[in-house]
Design a protein around this ligand. Sequence first.
Ligand code: NZQ
Ligand code: ZN
Length: 401
Amino acid sequence: MQNFELYNPVRVVFGTGESKNIAKHVKSLGKKALIISYDDITFLESLLSDIETKLVDIGIEIITFYRIKANPLLCHIQEAIEICRKNEVDFCIGVGGGSVMDSTKVIAAGVLFQGEPWNMFVSRHDCSVSIPPEKSLPTVMVPTLPATSSETNCTAVATNEVTQEKAYVSAPILYPTVSIIDPALTCTLPVYQTAVGAVDAMSHILEAYLNGDQNSPLQDRLHEGLLVTIISELKAIIKDPLNVDHRANMQWAASLAWNGYLQSGLNATTPMHQMGHVLSALYNTPHGVTLAIFIDSYFRYTCTLNSEREARFALLGENVFGLKRDGQNNREIAEKTVDCFVQFMDEVGVPHTLSDANIPSSDIERIADEIVAHGCDADGMLPSIPKIGREGIITILQMAI
Ligand code: NZQ
Ligand code: ZN
């Protein structure tokens, strides 16, 4: 395990029905709030109207911005920042999944940021250095989708629709002030969306497990426990979508998967996310689907790259899927581990190939160029263990067809 510093000030309020108590958690944050949600709020209509009423009842003036799209766009963030400035909003409330919560973070920080909000983001087209935000209005998150951990971390991801680039910003000031995690709100999620979110949460764990410090047995067991939980709870939700206990376990697992605690001491890289963001930027592919594509192809490409990698994948398969040695070597078990992940994605109905995600295989060269431009280091290498160059990226993409 490597040295680390950890800071996570988010006040988490967790439990079925807790969203109904929002007033008591926000009353000290100011007199005027911007509530942020999706452009299609059909499934959240009664929740949003309940939140609006509860805030008005305690004398908070509300303005609504229900314009956010999945894979959120910079133009909407800019629009909301102007609304906040014009109306002198005191705090922001995000009601939705990662796209809404990430937008809420950038809007709240953007109000107090000098210059264009895009300047906060890293890995931008123009390669200029990003300026991390240092001030933000308070933010309140009411997550409706277990996936990203945005409710418990200080990261936000957005797409610049002009440069067609998806990039991220990570800064301590972006930690939400309060996150009210009410699992009952996720019962409206269709099974498909639940499964895609679960694959995202799994991928956060897998990135750290496979591409971080590999001498951290405590972190390994925590990660394996989360993976086992997400896999079994997703299967249970598919059978019984309205069971709030399963929804609660799924949501807490997703909130823990990328909140910094589990990554501590690992110094992990995120090659699947780097590649996945390019697919979302170019084709608006849902985030979890981009990761499913690389859980399949990147795993098959890397699981036998060297003996350390084989041992790592074998350990994963033994502890998560209960694979038995039965005289097999690491390579054989490593390959079976990958098969288990692919079978799981088939079982829960998550597409995991470029063709199933309607991404043209004729674009592979272009996709690889974008990955090198945005996801690779100064030497053009994807930060994975071991590092992967453009040729390897092309092979992964070909394996993804
Ligand atoms: O489009 P509709 O049909 O309205 O569906 C919405 C939404 O568009 C639906 N949804 C959300 N809550 C629902 C619901 N449907 C029914 N009932 C509910 N309770 O879900 C669709 C997708 O929502 P979105 O917010 O895009 O999903 P997710 O939570 O997966 O967020 C993805 C975004 O987060 C970023 C991704 O890159 C992507 O932009 N990420 C953020 C991270 C972070 N902040 O740390 C890390 C992640 O790795 C990720 O990059
Ligand atoms: Zn993710």
